[in-house]
Design a protein. Sequence first.
Length: 352
Amino acid sequence: MRFIGGIIEKLQRHPKRIVFPEGTEPRVLQAARQFHALRLGVPILLGDQAKITEAAEALNLSLEGIRVINPAESDDLDNFARRFKLLRHYQGKRMRGLEARDAVLQPNYFGAMMLAMHQVDGFVAGTRQITAGVLRPLFQTIKPAPQTSSVSSCVVMELEDSSLGENGVLFMADCDVIEDPSVQELAEIAVSTAQLARHLLGVRPRVALLSFSTKGSATHPSVGKVQAATALAEQKAVERKLQADFEGELQVDTALVPEIAARKLPDGKLGGKANVLIFPDLNAGNIAGKLARLVGRANAYGHILLGLDRPAADVSRGSGAHDILGVAAIVGVQSVDYQKLYPGAGEKLPGE
């Protein structure tokens, strides 16, 4: 709660508008109620007004201060459909007007268009859908941020053991998007996650690119990929003027435990004090993230999307209301000064 409490305090000073496309989901309703109660800004629920009201009444929750929009009845529907059709045209995809309208009637597409058109400051979805159902509307609507070569994600873990990471806070990536990242993608994941850690924590990121090997203790093509990605991440960080330490390939105990790091890698940069962990593929990242939450009793806030032109998150279907609130707060804080993360982000849409 130390980390997320600080995030909430920051957002209270700069309240934002967050859209939640899954308006009838009980956990989303509870998170939206808390978002308003904590004075973090305006939560916006998408869906049928009557169904959302019924779901709120079943939870004995007031909708006061919570905005509800039914895409089918919105004055913005036709405009969003035109804009979406234009976006797809610029992406080389042809759509008929009716197809575009049917698309933006879907809450995730409508919410993504609200984000693209600057009607909201952040987007949070995923409590009822697989990852593709959340990412597809965002990727078709929101372009990658300037200077980024790929979009990925990270989870922010708040651990009971404050000796780990940065006073118990660990950034873990990629746990949601890229299944088997290339060297280029893995380096981009490392730099983008380091940028977010620097933005949210205000400290120098200490980034460990993980493997089953520590500095050549084993040989395998995947080890070589991590080694190459580490070198490329260091180069990218210099180009973006990001002050951070990168080290790889490292086993996770070498990355997190100073005593073990002293034995295995006495001359290492991180000294067992990594606050950012980069996994070699999605299998490792997703499994590790869920284990930390279930076995380690960590509070998990994610998946925060990295490299998009607007702030957004794809929450896990296993998330509770507190997790969703935390993710919404992080997305809101990102939006306060998003251009510090991605200079040049947030430019207008074609034809806007």
